[in-house]
Design a protein around this ligand. Structure first.
Ligand SMILES: NC(=O)c1ccc[n+]([C@@H]2O[C@H](COP(=O)([O-])OP(=O)(O)OC[C@H]3O[C@@H](n4cnc5c(N)ncnc54)[C@H](OP(=O)(O)O)[C@@H]3O)[C@@H](O)[C@H]2O)c1
Length: 313
């Protein structure tokens, strides 16, 4: 199968076309014919991009671990998917990703794709929406009426966090650039702060029940004094992953695949309660550009998607 994978370490951000054997699904696995892959630019810096699960150096990784596509074949014991079915989901960071004609995943890491989305749109959802979901519900213990502070509400993860928090009855306070104010107001933000112009601590006068940091830097630690006693702050940025600070360690998490949550997210999308956005579509052969280049025709919000299958929409 054709893949786009990282070049040798002398050019760490260059993706090159290569041919790999088509994988075969083992027990509990599904082989997906990839239609489109969602891009997270910081994946170039993530540990599994350069290391194996057992800590050795990893070379030539195939990136992009969220995708849409069709089921090509299923492994032993997989009964809930059939060949040809349209799916979306994610796979393990240490496995080869979705910048490939075929991608192997656990059946429990994918779900039927939302019926109302194109395959390009569906590829923008799994990692961002699951991260927002798990951050708000599992780490943040979201309740209706909570005041939720979301840093970076117009970003790939943030736009789902704003919508989900609003949908579940929270009062949503989000930081964003002025160019994104109208956008996140439409997503459901009640208060918006331009944190580059005004320190957010000055603009927030009452405690918040959840802090959701997608920005990094000192944003997370500066947010802690705003938190109601006993409530939760979460952070997802890679620069907070390697810290020894116990306040950050406790708050940092990495999204996990979850079929049931993907199905709930798909149901919200198909009932028009949740929206996703495509920022730019990049052809497979130009996949390097998706990570490092300045892309033409950006729409301004949402995710960059690589069109893996020729002609996919
Ligand atoms: N731990 C996990 O499981 C997990 C999962 C997914 C992503 N991530 C990580 O989470 C982070 C966010 O991902 P994403 O896809 O949402 O990224 P993104 O689309 O780039 O969004 C980040 C947002 O942060 C805002 N921002 C950037 N710099 C800022 C600054 N100095 N001050 C205030 N706001 C700033 C920007 O919005 P404005 O221009 O409106 O300010 C931007 O939209 C990345 O580091 C990514 O690697 C982690």
């Amino acid at each position: 199968m054709k893949v786009m994978r990282l070049a040798d370490t002398s050019q760490p951000t260059q993706l090159v076309e290569a041919s790999l054997p088509q994988p075969q699904p083992g027990p509990g696995e599904v082989l997906v014919r990839v239609a489109a892959a969602g891009i997270i630019r910081t994946e170039l810096q993530w540990y599994p991009t350069t290391h194996t699960r057992t800590g050795e150096k990893r070379a030539n990784a195939v990136l992009a671990h969220e995708f849409s596509g069709t089921v090509a074949s299923v492994g032993e014991g997989v009964t809930d998917f059939t060949v040809g079915q349209t799916v979306f989901g994610m796979n393990d960071w240490f496995e080869e990703g979705a910048l490939a004609e075929y991608c192997l995943t656990l059946a429990t890491s994918i779900a039927p794709a939302p019926a109302t989305l194109s395959l390009i749109e569906a590829a923008t959802v799994p990692i961002s929406a699951l991260t927002a979901w798990q951050g708000l519900f599992h780490r943040g213990h979201l309740h209706p009426g909570d005041r939720v502070l979301i840093h970076g509400g117009a970003g790939g993860v943030g736009l789902f966090a704003v919508q989900i928090a609003h949908l579940y009855g929270a009062h949503v306070i989000s930081t964003a650039s002025p160019r994104n104010f109208d956008f996140i107001r439409r997503l459901g933000a009640d208060e918006i702060i331009d944190s580059r112009a005004t320190p957010f601590e000055q603009a927030i006068t009452q405690p918040v029940e959840i802090v959701f940091d997608t920005v990094g830097g000192d944003t997370f630690l500066r947010s802690l004094p705003l938190l109601s006693p006993g409530r939760h702050a979460v952070t997802i940025t890679a620069d907070n992953e390697a810290t020894e600070d116990p306040r950050i360690k406790e708050a940092f998490f990495i999204v996990e695949p979850n079929q049931r949550q993907l199905m709930e997210i798909a149901a919200l999308i198909d009932t028009s309660k949740l929206k996703t956005y495509v920022d730019a579509i990049v052809p497979f052969s130009d996949a390097t550009q998706a990570y490092t280049g300045s892309l033409p025709d950006r729409r301004g919000h949402g995710k960059i998607v690589v069109a893996v299958e020729p002609g996919v929409r």
